[in-house]
Design a protein around this ligand. Structure first.
Ligand code: UDP
Ligand code: MN
Length: 638
């Protein structure tokens, strides 16, 4: 209903804007200033600009608002035409015009909800209930190409309002009147035009314009046609309102996101750079905390707090303040805020963070001094950890600012690579080799790679070595102890074997962690994924499943429950405390014998033909582990 009345509503809006415009044009400067000063009272941190500047600023802004209203109106008219068209089609389908049908067989059907064409698609789980079939196809196709709901994004206003997700105490904060200038960099590869425009609009509308020096778009060789001439036209349009504000740089080949971020950084000229994904909307008051903090300390790299724009409904989901961390595969994740921050009792205070997620703000020159982004990180993944380790180890710091909020679309899938793991793995090794010193084996273990001859080319790291010398960077050991004690590395000599475990009865199946819903290991067709990673420690534990090696969460230990034949997986430290039977003797090509119960882990063929692991009196079954380190026979007592 609302949508049908939208053109009228927008007309009214347009009239209102025109009236305000006339008021501004024909009133005396004093009246205008009074009006604006009232506005200034509400935002005490703004420096008082010149009066003429104010009027010009306001007019320019109003012009943009009007243009946006016009665009919204065009869109609404188009949508209404679509809706009417669709309604007509639905009506025609439900009540087809009687042709030569004999009147005694004409029956009236009840209008039916359109059939769900893609019931399994993630797009249609919470959205698109009544969408006609042709529109469902369009929406699904766009979703498949972009990983978020472009169909819906194309209908939402570019300047839509967002809930203010800041803590109310952020609103009481004041900032210096003099703040550094800002370059905002948006990088993209095949993102939807409406999404990029909404990002730009949010930046223009929610950043103090006298601080916003430029918005630099970096196109990492998109193939999407609407990002060519149509995007250029939009840029021209914005630049008519704000001369020189928008710039675009286009890569002639795909370089990956670290390189794209660097391209933007090189082109930037303001005091501070903020590097954003293209599918974001900055929220109210996002920039001031960043600029003020970097003004205080030029060596701090900042991340705002992200809220999640749902990929299907585009609704905003508020996220609590968290710090950015990572695991031993160098996958990023959120961690709890540190107790020291909670003890401060100030929810607006910066939070020290071990890492960033990708989006970042920094003093432009300082970012250069520590080497900017590493161009040698390919496509996606790990580049955030690389920068984070470099920042911490080479004299900077990382903080999350709770009062700076950016809404970010968490995509359902990445349109640029179906399987990102080859890039993540390769980039993770590059980080390990560059920054992790004697702990680098943890990354190899976590990715289940041999320590030597992994067959993965992580590129040239000599420039990073020079940088380490020049900046006298600290060690990874220092980082672990002082910045990220959550990670708990295992000394290399403590691991005697790792990888997949195969039994002599059938080499096509491997020991597997099994469904995460229970802690019963299974035998399963061998594959490359984490559920079949096994780590055998010198002390006798077998960890089964992806490596954890952290302080607050435990690896799972293969356990003989003692009383039945089914083995279990128990959290190692609890199991050790409770004196469960988690210690095993094993040597390559030998039996797996529990040290307490003396039973063997073996496999048995079920009537169905599948194998299950069982604990029983040892027969002649033997096992092989994929990689061995040191002398496996040392632990063997057989
Ligand atoms: N991107 C890019 N080149 C690439 C891959 C990604 O410029 O080869 C851009 C992408 O369009 C996005 C940003 O890099 O603006 C971050 O990527 P993405 O959002 O997929 O990462 P996530 O936020 O999920 O970590
Ligand atoms: Mn993103």
């Amino acid at each position: 209903m609302l949508r049908r009345n939208l053109p009228q509503v927008l007309c009214l809006g347009l009239m209102l804007v025109l009236a305000v415009n006339l008021l501004l044009l024909f009133h005396t400067k004093e009246t205008v200033q009074k009006l604006i000063q009232r506005g200034l009272h509400e935002e005490p941190h703004r420096p008082p600009p010149e009066r003429d500047e104010i009027v010009m600023d306001r007019l320019a802004h109003l012009e943009v608002v009007m243009q946006q209203l016009k665009e919204d109106m065009k869109l609404a008219v188009k949508q209404q035409a679509n809706v009417q068209d669709t309604l007509k089609r639905v009506k025609d389908e439900v009540h087809p015009a009687p042709k030569t049908v004999p009147h005694n067989v004409v029956k009236t059907k009840k209008p039916q909800a359109p059939k769900k064409l893609f019931p399994d698609s993630a797009l249609f789980q919470r959205w698109g209930e009544d969408l006609p079939e042709a529109e469902q196809r369009k929406a699904q196709d766009l979703f498949h190409r972009f990983g978020y709901n472009v169909y819906l994004s194309n209908q939402l206003p570019l300047d839509r309002s967002l809930p203010d997700t800041r803590d109310s105490r952020c609103l009481q904060k004041t900032y210096p009147s003099q703040l550094p200038s800002l370059s905002v960099i948006l990088i993209f590869m095949d993102e939807a035009l409406s999404v990029i425009q909404r990002a730009i609009t949010s930046i223009i509308n929610r950043t103090p314009l006298w601080l916003l020096k430029e918005i630099i778009l970096v196109d990492d060789f998109s193939s999407n046609g609407e990002l060519k001439i149509p995007l250029n036209e939009k840029i021209e349009f914005y630049n008519q309102m704000y001369p020189g504000l928008l710039k675009i740089i286009r890569h002639a080949e795909r370089k990956g996101l670290a390189h794209a971020r660097n391209t933007g950084w090189k082109a930037a000229s303001a005091d501070v750079v903020v590097i954003l994904d293209a599918h974001v909307e900055v929220n109210v008051g996002w920039a001031e905390p960043i600029l003020a903090r970097i003004q205080e300390d030029r060596t701090v790299i900042i991340s705002p707090v992200f809220d999640n724009v749902r990929f299907d409904t585009f609704q905003l989901l508020k996220y609590e303040v968290a710090v950015d961390g990572f695991n031993w595969q160098l996958w990023c994740r959120y961690d709890f805020v540190p107790q020291t921050w909670i003890d401060l009792g100030d929810v607006t205070a910066p939070v020290r963070s071990p890492s960033i997620m990708g989006i970042l703000a920094a003093n432009r020159l300082f970012l250069g001094e520590i080497g900017a982004l590493d161009d040698g990180m390919l496509v996606y993944g790990g580049e955030n950890v690389e920068l984070s380790l470099r920042v911490w180890q080479c004299g900077g710091k990382i903080e999350i600012l709770p009062c700076s909020r950016v809404a970010h679309v968490e995509r359902h899938h990445k349109p640029y690579a179906l399987d990102l793991s080859p890039f993540l793995k390769r980039n993770a090794l590059r980080v390990a080799e560059t920054w992790m010193d004697e702990y680098k084996h943890m990354v190899y273990l976590a990715w289940n790679l041999p320590l030597q001859n992994s067959g993965i080319d992580y590129g040239d790291i000599s420039s990073k070595r020079m940088l380490q010398e020049k900046l006298k960077c600290k060690s990874f050991d220092w980082y672990l102890k002082n910045v990220y004690p959550v990670l708990k590395p295992i000394p290399i000599h403590d691991i005697v074997g790792y990888g997949r475990m195969k039994n002599s009865l059938d080499k096509g199946i491997c020991l597997d962690r099994g469904p995460v819903t229970n802690n019963i290991p299974i035998m399963y067709a061998c594959h490359e994924l984490g559920s079949q990673y096994v780590y055998y420690r010198l002390t006798g534990e077998f960890y089964v499943g992806s490596l954890v090696a952290e302080v607050h969460s435990d690896d799972l230990c293969l356990t003989d429950p003692g009383h039945r034949e089914e083995p279990t997986l128990e959290q190692c430290s609890k199991a050790a405390q409770n004196k469960l039977h988690i210690y095993w003797d094993f040597k390559q090509g030998g039996a797996m014998v529990n040290r307490d119960t003396h039973r063997c882990l073996e496999i048995r063929r079920e009537p169905s033909g599948t194998y299950v692991p069982v604990l029983q009196t040892c027969t002649a079954q033997v096992w092989e582990i994929q990689y061995t380190l040191g002398n496996l026979s040392q632990t063997n007592v057989l």
